[in-house]
Design a protein around this ligand. Structure first.
Ligand code: BG6
Length: 490
């Protein structure tokens, strides 16, 4: 569907996200000829820079980060001609005149306000846009994470933004929902007859969802130390993946059909009590170690780290969903920084066969598993038992593999490219609704409260490992192992 003309306004326009992700994503879509000829990107910043100075910053900061498609002088010139820099104080409505003047007046031109700023000023920006007459039924607002730091602050954001924009105009970003394989998971579950009949407690033994990063906190200590892995990754990315795996079939791909189904999962998550929480959640913090053979420092020795920080850089937990479909099926969720490998994957493990007709005991059969790999190599792997060649009847595990890059040669799209296109098209399916956001915080809140009131420290783990040993013990208690413990060569 061709996009109609737009003015995309980036608040935080000279910030890290705009430079690293948003401008490169818009460049890629420009090169793909997705953007209308007169569409513009208005970058709003506080700095009193001229248009030329700002473009120079884009040239030196953003352009080198564009790897694909390769930047050509003609395409770059066409792209940068779309960029307009506007300097104003986002929290002062009386300073918005330059933005009012920069925006085109025709209401047929979609106005998108992308708030890549700290959430503490979302409300003031929305108010200022309204006061300056910049909000019409054809405007949209995009909210970047963190969308609150607990239930109360998330509710406050929803309420304040909701005073200015209708829910149908609000796009809450979780960039994991823009990843190719997440959508492929929808295709897998609801575009095939094979899996859905088996997608339930009778046939599935457990589900593991892992997002592991090799990177440390880098230069984001100011933000990260007040957040931690639970708020930064689990409350949003991991829970969204869990929702897509566990939701009931929506009636269509329409935004509310999908979001209703996801909400039902969030509301069915079994609540933790202080006792179940201590048994089922492990938090860790990285110490010095080696990642890819390179020595890396301890979290507390990273620049600006508080000496006695209790912030977790690793979380592993066993979650349960109280529904007929999922009762008793553990969902193991895990995320961490400075891990042994950088990957995001979902492993759905099926039950053991009930009886062996072969001359091999039942427990020598590896249960089937489906591995959905989000990154780095997007694809699906189905592990099956097969006969080994030759005489005799010996069965061994074999693998069916679907590598998306091999299979589909069409060019890839980064998550932000897809999500920006969806905002510009007015397609809300891949964005969180307000009640989903609140339900996710509501479930996470007892964990946050418990950790806050408990003065123990997260368990230490060496950088370059899979986290504290307690994470293996957590899953081991159920007689299971994390995938890399079963398949070390993988
Ligand atoms: C962000 C987190 O939301 O996701 C970061 O704030 C994290 O801490 C990042 O590094 C991971 O995203 P991706 O797409 O690189 O897996």
């Amino acid at each position: 569907m061709a996009l109609s003309d737009f003015d995309l306004v980036l608040f935080g326009g000279s910030g890290d996200l705009a430079m690293r992700k948003l401008l490169p994503a818009m460049y890629a879509r420009d090169v793909a000829n997705d953007l209308p000829a007169t569409a513009r990107i208005i970058c709003v910043g506080r700095a009193d820079a001229s248009q030329e100075e700002f473009l120079q910053t884009v040239e030196t900061t953003s352009k080198p980060l564009i790897k694909s498609p390769a930047v050509t002088p003609a395409a770059w010139a066409r792209f940068t001609a779309r960029i307009v820099y506007v300097s104003l104080n986002a929290t002062d409505a009386s300073s918005y005149k330059p933005l009012v003047e920069a925006l085109r007046k025709e209401d047929t031109i979609t106005k998108v306000y992308y708030l890549a700023t700290p959430p503490a000023i979302f409300a003031q920006i929305c108010e200022a846009l309204k006061e300056n007459g910049l909000v019409t039924p054809n405007s949209r607002v995009v909210l970047e994470k963190p969308l609150g730091r607990d239930l109360a602050s998330a509710k406050q954001i929803n309420a304040e933004v909701g005073k200015v924009f209708e829910e149908s105009q609000i796009y809450r970003i979780d960039h994991y929902l823009g990843k190719e394989t997440v959508q492929n998971l929808l295709a897998l579950r609801f575009g095939n007859i094979l899996f859905e009949p088996l997608w339930r407690r009778e046939w599935i033994s457990d589900v593991q969802i892992t997002i592991a990063e090799k990177l440390g906190v880098g230069n984001r200590m100011g933000y990260y130390d007040t957040s931690g892995a639970l708020r930064d990754m689990l409350q949003n990315h991991l829970l969204q993946l869990l929702c897509i795996v566990a939701m009931e079939p929506p009636t269509s791909i329409a935004p509310d059909a999908v979001r209703d189904a996801k909400l039902q999962v969030l509301r069915s998550l079994k609540k933790f009590t202080p006792t179940t929480l201590a048994q089922n959640i492990v938090r860790g913090q990285y110490r010095a170690g080696h990642v890819d053979g390179k020595a890396v420092p301890s979290y507390r020795d990273e620049p600006d780290a508080p000496e006695h920080s209790r912030t977790e850089t690793f979380v592993a937990m066993k979650a349960e969903i109280d529904t007929w479909r999922w009762a008793g099926v553990p969902f193991y969720l895990r995320t961490g920084k400075r891990m042994a490998d950088g990957l995001a994957e979902i492993v759905v493990r099926f039950k053991q066969i009930p009886h062996s007709i072969f001359n091999q005991p039942t427990n020598s059969f590896q249960p089937n598993s489906l591995v959905i790999r989000l990154q780095p190599d997007e694809g699906l792997r189905m592990n099956l038992m097969a006969k080994t060649p030759g005489d005799g009847m010996r069965l061994k595990q074999a693998e069916l593999e679907l590598d998306f890059r091999e299979q589909f040669k069409s060019p890839r799209m980064e998550a932000y490219e897809r999500l920006l296109l969806d905002v510009l098209r007015g397609q809300l399916t891949l964005f969180m609704r307000g009640d989903e956001l609140e339900a996710a915080w509501e479930w996470v809140e007892p964990i946050l409260d418990n950790w806050e009131s408990d003065d123990s420290y997260p368990l230490p783990y060496s950088s370059g490992t899979w986290g504290p040993a307690a994470a293996s013990a957590l899953i081991g208690r159920d007689g299971l192992q994390w995938r890399e413990e079963v398949l070390p060569e993988d």
